[in-house]
Design a protein around this ligand. Structure first.
Ligand SMILES: NC(=O)c1ccc[n+]([C@@H]2O[C@H](COP(=O)([O-])OP(=O)(O)OC[C@H]3O[C@@H](n4cnc5c(N)ncnc54)[C@H](O)[C@@H]3O)[C@@H](O)[C@H]2O)c1
Length: 350
């Protein structure tokens, strides 16, 4: 069954995060009804106000993912699940809590969604499940090689969701490339956003690594489009499907990304180092999503996103303090919340 957007009520977890803050207006503009959920770890950080995006905000439950029950999802047809500890360093910081939230919390949410009668579950997985690749193009059938607790949890959630797939429940698994581009709930801990902020505030990108690893990247709005298409596409065609989200031309070596950024920020220099501490490297094929997710195309390249970020930094006159502000770097903010005893050892608010 193909859904008409006007008839879809979507439960969006992590709605106050980097992707969620772009996704909510994106789905609302297309006529969907939303209910949000977020515990608000990064609510201290808001980079810019764009009134167009604020004209409507979804009703949002201020609640931990691990406490969700079926009645929270009452009346919802679909779930988009974003609320996790959202990168490798966060996962390594506390693998135990990462498993609790990212693996167990996500699967519990899916079970509550089934109990509540939600028929579709769009999961934001990650291309980092491919781990240490050799530079060959990896498609969705390539073996996964998670290198971190974060990526391991993505693999476990995918496995468990696939087991739940059936006529009444359609999980769609989106393995997103690393996102970039403006979001009010900004992250400066993802590669392009970080490089752009560095270029803007210091005019100098000095990499300690040799910048050789491959990274596929995708604009945050193109992730939103993939989610939207996953919500409205035919259930039978999408049930249990895994899609890499991005486009083939947007696989770059990190040093190429640094050069693209330097080209857009006048006077910015780039230097590369010699170490290669980070062995995560993957080059990804995005053929399937363009072939099999009806209506999906990517609209933006890395160069487009870099230009948008430069224009944004100019417009808001972004300062180095803003770039360094803890809430824009997920690990810094969580460490701060722990050190100031605002969250406990299990990452629940005190
Ligand atoms: N941004 C990327 O490059 C990227 C790439 C691939 C996959 N993803 C995935 O997409 C999802 C969203 O990513 P993002 O960049 O928006 O991350 P984010 O950290 O900006 O947002 C995550 C949101 O979830 C909330 N959250 C976290 N734990 C929670 C809990 N226990 N209960 C309730 N809310 C909780 C946080 O408060 C935050 O608002 C994540 O699952 C991430 O792994 C992101």
């Amino acid at each position: 069954m193909r859904q008409h957007p006007q008839n879809v009520r979507v439960f969006v977890t992590g709605v106050n995060g980097y992707i969620g803050a772009v996704l909510a207006p994106y789905l609302l503009e297309r006529g969907m009804a939303l209910v949000g959920l977020d515990t608000g770890y990064y609510r201290d950080g808001w980079l810019y106000s764009d009134n167009r995006c604020q004209s409507a905000t979804p009703h949002t439950l201020n609640k931990d993912l691990r406490a969700v029950v079926a009645s929270d999802l009452e009346g919802c047809d679909a779930v988009v699940h974003l609320a996790e500890l959202s990168n490798d360093p966060l996962g390594e910081n506390n693998p135990r809590v990462t498993h609790q939230i990212n693996h167990l919390g996500s699967v519990a949410l899916a079970n509550e969604a089934v109990r509540a009668g939600a028929r579709r579950f769009v999961y934001t997985s990650s291309c980092s499940v491919y781990g240490a690749g050799s530079g060959e193009f990896l498609d969705e059938d390539a073996p996964v090689q998670p290198q971190t607790a974060y990526a391991e949890c993505k693999v476990l959630v995918e496995r468990d969701l696939l087991q739940m797939a059936g006529p009444g429940f359609t999980p769609v698994l989106l393995r997103n490339a690393t996102a970039f581009g403006p979001s009010p709930r900004m992250r400066f801990d993802i590669v392009i956003n970080d490089l752009c902020a560095l270029a803007w505030t210091t005019r100098r990108i000095a990499m300690t690594s040799d910048g050789s690893p491959w990274r596929p990247v995708v604009h945050v709005a193109d992730i939103c489009e993939a989610i939207y298409r996953s919500l409205i596409g035919p259930e039978d065609a999408l049930r249990g499907k895994i899609f890499n989200v991005g486009q083939n031309s947007e696989n770059y070596r990190v040093r190429e990304l640094a050069q693209l950024v330097a080209d857009e920020f006048p006077g910015c220099t780039v230097s590369v180092g010699s170490s290669s501490a980070d062995n995560r490297s993957y080059r990804v094929s995005f053929d399937r999503i363009h072939r099999e997710l009806p209506g999906f195309t990517c609209r933006y390249t890395a160069r487009d996103g870099i230009r948008q970020l430069r224009e944004l930094f100019e417009r808001i006159q972004m300062t180095p303090d803003t770039y360094q502000f803890r809430a824009f770097t997920r690990l810094k903010q969580l460490k701060y919340l722990q050190a100031t005893r605002q969250i406990d050892a299990e990452f629940y608010w005190r």
